[in-house]
Write a protein that binds this ligand. Sequence first.
Ligand code: HEC
Length: 170
Amino acid sequence: MVSVFSSLRRSLKGLLLLVPVLIGLAFISPAEAVQWDAETLTVPVNPDGAEVTFTDREINAGRKVFNTSCGTCHAGGITKTNQNVGLDPETLALATPARDNVDALVDYMKDPTSYDGEYSISDVHPSMRSAELYPAMRDLDDEDLRLMAGYILVSPKVQGSSWGGGKIYF
Ligand code: HEC
């Protein structure tokens, strides 16, 4: 009887040590360790329904470039200086042309247009075309643009409405 109790106590003690260690590991593990499934990483590449599947590594790389180049205005998918034109899927889809695919986003980063598509806004929005005005654009290449587009499109699938959410219509 006694030995049953003492071994029970020992395994309880072990458990008490193990639990905090496991909880700690769950929080400490780096964000890079997150694995998204292929469905999450698959997004439209053009308006015709073609799709592309990114890798976790590509999306993480896209996040870094995005945070550096676009984060001052678009952190979390919102648009600080114009809350009506966020980077959430609905707003992108309703732009002219629709910006809810990789090619259209890359096109925007090269030559951004007003929401109705009527005129170029490259003089007021960072772009490859206006790289002399926006130094953050100078060191980017086509691959960087593609990875940022991937990050913009995958984020709402990972973060839900908190990507671009909380916007105020006025
Ligand atoms: C100085 C602030 C600023 C920076 C930096 C910036 N943007 Fe923007 N972005 C805006 C504003 C303001 C708008 C809304 C433009 C309009 O009125 O149509 C916008 C709109 C957009 C849109 C259109 C969204 C839609 O729903 O149609 C996309 C896409 C976009 N930005 C991507 C980017 C990317 C990618 C970067 C980084 C390379 C970037 N932006 C950097 C301010 C910024």
